[in-house]
Ligand binder design. Structure first.
Ligand code: HEC
Length: 126
């Protein structure tokens, strides 16, 4: 009887360590995973993205300065910039495309995901 209890306890212990070991292998980047998990990219409208477009892009793509004719300052201007087909490759740092935002850190995976989801949804204004 004592042996049986020891056997069961031993197995529970093994399972416990095995589960810790396995779960630590599954996620190689917890931050990315967490961000993806909490990244809400559904049902976005233009005003949900102005913190990126106006907050980051507009300083180089606005009324005063608009590198490569790209303007990200108003809904209509963002729309026509996206329609050039150059915005998505630029924010994804695709080879052959200028890497945006120029000289600044790449947008987070979640922000890129949000922009792409909004574009795929037809760029709703409201
Ligand atoms: C600090 C200035 C700066 C910021 C911020 C910036 N850009 Fe740019 N952008 C540039 C410059 C400079 C170019 C021209 C680069 C070149 O042609 O090599 C450019 C070019 C572009 C182009 C044209 C790419 C092409 O293929 O011709 C797009 C699209 C673009 N930017 C989008 C964005 C977006 C979207 C953001 C915000 C996420 C952004 N940029 C933020 C400076 C900036």
């Amino acid at each position: 009887m004592k042996n049986l209890i020891q056997f069961v306890l031993f197995n529970i212990l093994i399972l416990f360590f095995l589960s810790i070991f396995l779960s630590s292998c599954t996620f190689d980047n917890e931050e990315d995973l967490l961000e993806d998990y909490i990244c809400d990219s559904i049902g976005l409208v233009y005003s949900d993205l102005t913190n990126i477009f106006n907050g980051i892009c507009e300083q180089c793509h606005g009324a005063a300065i608009s590198y490569n004719g790209i303007r990200m300052d108003t809904y209509e201007n963002v729309r026509s910039s996206v329609n050039t087909g150059k915005v998505v490759p630029a924010i994804n740092h695709e080879p052959g495309s200028p890497q945006m935002p120029n000289g600044l850190p790449k947008l987070s995976d979640c922000n890129i995901k949000k922009i792409e989801a909004w574009i795929n949804a037809g760029m709703p204004e409201n």
